[in-house]
Ligand binder design. Structure first.
Ligand code: NAD
Length: 210
């Protein structure tokens, strides 16, 4: 994270890197405060942090695994969005994008905890979007399909057979890239998306079109 900030700074951008555990609301609040201290305002926010839960038969799901994934994926987004909105509400403008998943739109066996958290992100996004659209703040979610990131690399090694099957079902015939997610988030934050409010946008190579 500091490396990414250093790369951007050396390329001439004004960047700030900060560690933050989004499951701790005080850290999420400090992140927004520090960004506003440095940049003077907050125009856009992308709430991306998320974790997987180990695949589990629903009858064997532990409360610890369930709570941990909700704490990061759902309560973390809630905390970040809350503090971003405090600043944007004062400005009277802003755009927020929350990271859901295809797991926010469909179910998959053994993935109850993760999918519950990602369905929750969509509920949170839509409700806040309705609340803040009249105040000049647009809130949307993206629902990535299977994207080439360390999270998926890890699943490829630990759940090879399931992932193989899953990959055969990709209409576009390949995985997505982090750059494709970034382009979508940038568009949702841009004036080009000025009439886009409260959507859960699949960015999944067609997976949820089945
Ligand atoms: N890769 C996919 O196929 C895919 C598909 C759908 C949705 N997503 C979602 O995209 C987002 C990014 O996932 P990814 O694939 O890049 O995974 P990743 O594991 O490669 O990256 C996740 C990032 O979240 C950070 N993070 C984890 N817990 C955190 C916490 N408590 N506080 C702050 N940061 C924390 C990690 O440090 C890491 O930088 C997640 O929300 C994930 O659920 C990913």
């Amino acid at each position: 994270m500091h490396e990414a900030a250093a790369t951007l700074t050396s390329a001439g951008y004004n960047a700030l890197g900060m560690a933050c555990d989004v499951s701790d609301e005080a850290q999420a609040a400090a992140l927004v405060t520090r960004a506003v201290d440095q940049f003077g305002r907050l125009d856009f926010a992308y709430n991306n942090a998320g974790i997987q839960a180990p695949p589990t038969d629903a009858a064997d799901e532990t409360a610890e695994d369930y709570d941990r994934v909700q704490a990061v994926n759902l309560r973390g987004i809630c905390a970040c969005m809350k503090h971003e909105l405090k600043q944007m509400r004062a400005q009277g403008s802003g755009a927020i994008v929350n990271c859901s998943s295809l797991g926010g739109l469909v179910g998959l066996p053994q993935r109850g905890a993760y999918h519950a958290s990602k369905h929750g992100v969509i509920g949170l996004t839509k409700s806040a979007a309705l609340e803040y659209a009249p105040r000049g703040i647009r809130i949307n979610a993206i629902c990535p399909g299977v994207i080439e990131t360390p999270m998926v690399a890890d699943m490829m090694t630990t759940q090879m057979a399931a992932m193989d099957e899953f990959l055969k079902q990709q209409p576009i015939g390949r995985l997505g890239t982090a750059e494709e997610m970034a382009q979508t988030v940038l568009w949702l934050c841009s004036p080009g998306a000025s009439f886009v409010v409260g959507v859960a946008l699949p960015v999944d190579g067609g997976f949820t079109a089945h």
